[in-house]
Design a protein around this ligand. Structure first.
Ligand code: C5P
Length: 404
């Protein structure tokens, strides 16, 4: 989506600089050319080598470097980009920009540029709230600088509050809306979505449970992608280690029964995406105390009962059925056939079918190869990162509502 666009990324000093490495990857993934400038402070947090390797370009650090200046002067650096992004933007660099100082490469570029500028501030809460920083922020906005964040949350310094740098994908969305001028940056505004993600844990006794290997990566990525397109998202998630997607209301649950209850409580919704790997069975009569070996050498007989099918239940709601219900079909063989059968049986509108056979690396991995099965037929999507699958699915959902 950013093919042919050139971004000059200035990384200033702050612990959030590590997130800028991911930002470079996300921008490259979307086809953008990324050239980086590292301030002296930034170089305390990330190395020029990692930045160069990820951006696949030289990294510029010195204002008075004879070599850099002869190959690519600071004026050209600031002019050859379509957009200048400062992430993280430290309080110090913001102050220099607001005052028009030019005493290092980054601040000189900012003064010399004629291109749009996006900053992603990151700093301690007190520094952010300080009247001087707030005054500088207003000055920068008056000068036409766009800012994203900072967000609220736990800060690296141990304090809690405003000051966290926005997540790389939020910064990417801001970059896209500046560069592509997306009129429909929020096509799902006003739509409510429920996404299920992760595994479920089915208790055997207070310490043991039945579970599966789902990581929650794909479901969480879908919740994040829908939120980026403006949807109001409730993410009903089984136990997982994924960060909470920004702007998404997360309901943590453990069992399938709890997942269904949380989904029902989140209704009404326009969109449901069931990406969770729900356990098909739970243990009948969960033991109240930890089960013990009884010395007989005989294992306990675990009786199982079938769990409610959340996808089928929501697909077949009599009143208030969400208008688009999407399920997943993780299969190890005949992926499309099984997916089509599942779509009919469960009554959902779309099925995202994928091969999770041994060797595909899908369970817990970062990539996914999916087929989108709708009433119109089957689309075979290329292998993509789970984030890219999520983005593509969210866009397809937005298109569906735009047409319908
Ligand atoms: O039947 P199967 O588990 O293969 O179907 C997968 C799809 O159904 C996924 O979308 C999954 O989230 C959903 N599902 C569900 N509740 C269940 C079992 C599966 O929502 N109890």
């Amino acid at each position: 989506m950013l093919t042919g666009k050139h971004i000059l990324l200035i990384i200033s000093g702050g612990i959030a600089a590590y997130k800028s490495l991911d930002l470079i990857r996300r921008l490259k993934e979307r086809g953008a050319g990324v050239r980086c400038v590292l301030t002296a402070g930034g170089a305390q947090f990330v190395t020029p080598l990692s930045v160069a390797a990820l951006s696949e370009d030289a990294v510029f650090q010195d204002l008075f470097s004879l070599k850099d200046e002869s190959e690519m002067g600071h004026i050209r650096l600031s002019r050859e980009a379509d957009l200048l992004v400062v992430a993280p933007a430290s309080a110090d660099l913001m102050a220099k920009m607001a005052a028009g100082l030019a005493d290092d490469l980054a601040s000189t570029i900012m003064l010399a540029t004629d291109k749009p500028v996006l900053i992603a501030p990151a700093m301690n809460t007190k520094m952010w709230e300080h009247p001087a920083t707030q005054r500088n922020m207003r000055t920068l906005q008056d000068d036409g600088v766009t800012a994203i964040g900072p967000g609220q949350g736990d800060l690296a310094c141990g304090e809690v509050g405003a000051g966290r740098m926005s997540e790389p994908l939020q910064i990417v969305a801001a970059i896209e809306s500046i560069l592509i001028g997306q009129v429909t940056a929020a096509p799902l505004q006003g739509r409510r979505a429920i996404v299920t993600s992760g595994p479920t844990y089915e208790a055997i006794d207070p310490v043991r449970f039945l579970a599966n290997r789902s990581s929650g990566k794909q479901g969480h990525a879908i919740a994040a992608a829908l939120a980026r397109l403006g949807a109001d998202v409730v993410l009903v998630a089984g136990p997982n280690n994924q960060p909470s997607p920004p702007g998404v209301a997360v309901r943590d649950i453990e069992s399938a029964v709890q997942m269904l209850a949380a989904c029902e409580a989140a209704l009404p919704a326009d969109i449901v995406v069931c990406a969770a790997a729900v356990a098909d069975w739970r243990v009948a009569g969960e033991a109240e105390q930890k089960m013990k070996k009884d010395g007989s050498g005989q294992p306990p007989a675990l009786a199982l009962v079938e769990n409610p099918d959340i996808l089928a239940t929501l697909s077949q709601l009599n009143g208030g059925r969400p208008s688009l219900v999407v399920g997943f079909a993780a299969e190890t063989e005949k992926v499309v056939d099984h997916g089509q059968g599942k779509r009919r049986r469960k009554g959902c509108d779309w099925i995202v079918a994928n091969d999770v056979g041994p060797g595909t690396g899908v369970m817990g991995g970062d990539e996914n190869t999916v087929h989108l099965i709708t009433s119109q037929g089957v689309e075979d999507w290329p292998t993509m990162s789970k984030d890219a699958v999520a983005d593509a699915l969210a866009r397809r959902i937005a298109d569906h509502f735009a047409v319908g």
